[in-house]
Design a binder for this molecule. Structure first.
Ligand code: NAD
Length: 438
């Protein structure tokens, strides 16, 4: 199949490279010429493990190419995937669909033969209908079909998730479009037996939001349970294990921490609330989740301040990890942003180290001093805080770290160090959802 991917961000570039790896011929289009220039030099515009090698091998095989010229890019396409951003619209939280609609219109004008336009971006229910309306206006006789195919990959594990997904969801209203989508995903379903779920387009659009909202609820649930654990002397990791072994609950997404962030859960929960409100069907459990999570991020700042004795004016705090999760450089809505703000508001000076996130973090936290490694960040600091559980923070030389710090205080917001282990290295440790230590 000849596939065109509009947008070479976290989703578009990974999906495009993986489709090429399945044997399809893929052209990736982005209007950001800087990104396309870098891709031509095999420099990845984002950090995603394994992506550079995957891109390089498929470019070399002649199956993957890049352009800023949309008309050229869609010329021979059987399917054009739209994978542009859908950020929260300022004011009401609705997904900003202007990039999707603009791309759809441009694609429809440029197509010269019948093709399927596939919305891979996360879009509210009814967006496919609107895309269809736009196409009917600008290109009524080109035989263009509109399909929804939401993406469920996780940053940091995106290639594996794309190639071995739990399921692929396709929302189509047209038999011909179903055929094209089946052909596109055939290599994947053959190899891995990943079920491709064909549903109506509106159902497909809602599946994506329902999935993300459910996961956000699950994380927020265990976060609230972790607060309760701290009050009643229970251990949230053991509680999570104890409930997660029940197959009806499942063990994933039960890690207590500083609250969810990233480019998806915050904006997608807000967009679902807007859709629900517009349809007079409030989803109160998601409303509560959004509020609790927002409050939690800032509360983590207060937790650190409390651990440091309540007054941090003039003190130095070393933060390890800034991205919303490990193995990505994505800083969108990362909890670290609220944590840094709370610490700086209280008069602390923040030194930070993140293996990949520094470039995106710098403009978001202009007063932070960025360091080149965990030990440099810790020099003369009054507390060490683990915000993101990058692998390289899992086996720190804690004895050396304790000597490097001004105060051997560890606030472990990801529970990667057992209390006894940290104490043996000379640390006072504060974890999340653990009984207080004498
Ligand atoms: P991104 O911001 O990283 O990338 C979007 C890209 O689209 C940018 O490079 C931008 O320049 C380009 N673009 C915008 N308009 C264009 C146009 N008209 N023509 C060509 N290029 C254009 O976004 P992302 O994180 O990849 O997310 C894309 C969509 O996928 C969003 O709807 C998001 O919610 C969804 N999604 C993201 C993830 C994730 O983990 N990031 C996972 C699942 C779904």
């Amino acid at each position: 199949m000849r596939i065109t991917m509009i947008g070479t961000g976290y989703v578009g570039l990974v999906s495009g490279a993986c489709f090429a790896d399945f044997g399809h011929t893929v052209v990736c289009v982005d209007k950001d010429s800087g990104k396309i220039d870098r891709l031509h030099q095999n420099i990845m515009p984002i950090y995603e493990p394994g992506l550079d090698a995957l891109v390089a091998s498929n470019v070399k095989a002649g199956r993957l190419s890049f352009t800023t010229d949309l008309a050229e890019g869609v010329k021979d396409a059987d399917a054009v995937f739209i994978a542009v951003g859908t950020p929260s619209r300022r004011g009401d939280g609705h997904a900003d669909l202007s990039y999707v609609f603009a791309a759809a219109e441009e694609v429809a004008r440029a197509l010269t033969k019948p093709a399927v336009i596939v919305t891979k971006s996360t879009v509210p229910v009814g967006t496919g209908d609107e895309v269809e309306r736009i196409i009917a206006e600008v290109a009524p006789d080109k035989g263009i079909k509109v399909v929804s195919n939401p993406e469920f990959l996780r940053e940091g594990a995106a290639i594996e998730d794309f190639k071995r997904p739990d399921r692929v969801v396709v929302g189509a209203e047209d038999e011909q479009a179903v055929q094209v989508m089946s052909e596109i995903y055939r290599p994947l379903s053959l190899n891995q037996a990943a079920p491709v779920l064909f549903v109506g387009r509106r159902t497909s659009e809602l599946i994506k939001y329902a999935a993300n909202a459910f996961l956000a609820v699950k994380i927020t649930f265990i976060n609230e349970i972790s607060d309760l654990c701290e009050q009643v002397g229970a251990d949230v990791q053991q509680v999570a294990r104890g409930i997660g072994m029940d197959k009806r609950i499942g063990s994933k997404f039960l890690h207590a921490g500083p609250g969810y962030g990233g480019s998806c859960f915050p904006k997608d929960t807000l967009a679902l609330l807007k859709t629900a409100a517009d349809n007079d069907t409030p989803v109160r459990i998601v409303e509560a989740t959004v509020q609790v999570n927002e409050a939690r991020k800032r509360a983590m700042g207060r937790k650190i301040i409390k651990a440091m004795g309540g007054d941090v004016r003039g003190k130095k705090v070393a933060l390890l990890g800034l991205t919303f999760k490990p193995n990505t450089d994505d800083m969108r809505d990362a909890p670290s942003i609220s944590i840094v703000q709370a610490l700086e508001d209280a008069g602390a000076k923040v030194h930070a180290y993140d293996p990949e996130g520094e470039e995106q973090a710098r403009p978001l936290m202009p007063n932070v001093e960025f360091c080149t490694g965990p030990y440099q960040a810790a020099e003369n600091a009054d507390a060490l805080v683990i915000v993101t559980e990058w692998d390289e923070f899992r086996a720190l030389d804690l004895k050396r770290m304790a000597r490097t710090l001004n105060q051997p205080l560890l606030v472990d917001l990801r529970n990667i160090y057992p209390a006894q282990f940290a104490q043996d290295a000379g640390f006072t440790i504060v974890s999340v959802g653990k009984p207080a230590i004498d």
